[in-house]
Design a protein around this ligand. Structure first.
Ligand code: HEC
Ligand code: HEC
Ligand code: HEC
Ligand code: HEC
Length: 159
């Protein structure tokens, strides 16, 4: 075998071995967090959980829509769920009351983002602490946020 062919073959072998390795590394470091539901946060944040359950209307967001389901078309009803559930249509998020009962109401992750990585690691770096007006705008119309004056609403809606 010529040394040139040998070099080409070696290079190919290294490349073939390296690509799946690189992909595995990439998958390990960049796999995005998924939604897990507020119940998972209770074990370590009992205080926030209890206050949120007791005082926030968000914990009734699904039941509120259910009350109005009669009289809505299927499309209209689906549209409601985009704002009245947690992680609608996103990995781990709400799909249906039967498949994902823990994602029914608007929960912790509506503001703090998907928590699967943080739940495993307990590392504060893996979860969003500072939430912004933009986070609320996915569901709350901008003029409504202004009418509430953003700051009091931010804390009033939390825990
Ligand atoms: C296994 C324990 C554990 C679970 C489960 C857990 N956390 Fe945490 N979390 C911690 C610890 C430890 C800290 C750092 C100390 C602290 O602030 O209490 C923390 C901090 C935080 C912070 C503050 C981050 C910062 O930058 O200071 C937020 C927000 C938070 N958690 C939200 C959540 C949410 C939402 C869930 C559920 C999806 C959750 N946590 C589930 C252990 C946990
Ligand atoms: C774009 C997001 C969004 C959609 C879509 C949406 N809602 Fe809401 N809904 C909200 C927000 C945000 C609030 C809280 C309003 C506030 O206090 O400013 C709310 C509040 C409510 C309330 C409580 C009202 C009260 O004052 O007690 C009911 C009931 C409700 N929505 C039903 C529905 C129904 C039924 C649908 C579908 C036809 C729907 N919503 C679609 C975001 C949405
Ligand atoms: C409506 C939005 C919202 C929801 C829902 C929400 N939080 Fe928060 N959370 C906040 C805000 C705002 C802060 C304060 C961040 C700051 O200090 O700037 C915060 C702070 C925290 C902190 C850091 C410690 C502290 O109290 O400052 C933890 C832990 C936390 N939240 C856990 C939870 C858990 C658990 C749930 C669900 C039971 C939850 N949050 C639901 C908005 C929310
Ligand atoms: C996934 C959609 C969603 C997101 C994101 C969201 N909210 Fe809400 N929020 C709702 C819905 C739906 C309601 C009404 C629940 C009901 O009454 O049925 C609500 C209700 C509220 C209320 C009424 C008071 C109460 O008891 O909870 C406040 C305040 C509030 N949200 C603040 C915030 C703030 C501040 C943010 C951003 C940091 C935020 N929300 C992000 C969907 C959302």
């Amino acid at each position: 075998m010529s040394s040139f062919r040998f070099m080409v073959l070696t290079a190919c072998a290294v490349w073939v071995a390296a690509v799946p390795y690189a992909r595995a590394q990439e998958a390990k470091t960049t796999v995005p967090a998924t939604y897990v539901g507020s119940k998972k946060c209770q074990a370590c944040h009992g205080g926030e959980y209890a206050r949120f359950e007791k005082y926030s209307r968000m914990t009734r967001s699904y039941s509120d829509v259910l009350i109005m389901k009669r009289g809505l078309t299927r499309e209209e009803y689906q549209k409601c769920l985009e704002c009245h559930t947690t992680g609608f249509g996103k990995p781990g998020g709400f799909r249906s009351a039967k498949e994902t009962p823990r994602m029914k109401e608007v929960g912790c992750e509506a503001c703090h983002g998907p928590g699967s990585i943080h739940v495993q690691s307990s590392d504060p770096k893996d979860i969003k602490k500072v939430v912004s007006e933009t986070d609320c705008q996915a569901c709350h119309a901008g003029d409504r946020i202004k009418a509430f004056r953003f700051r009091p609403m931010l804390y009033g809606g939390a825990h």
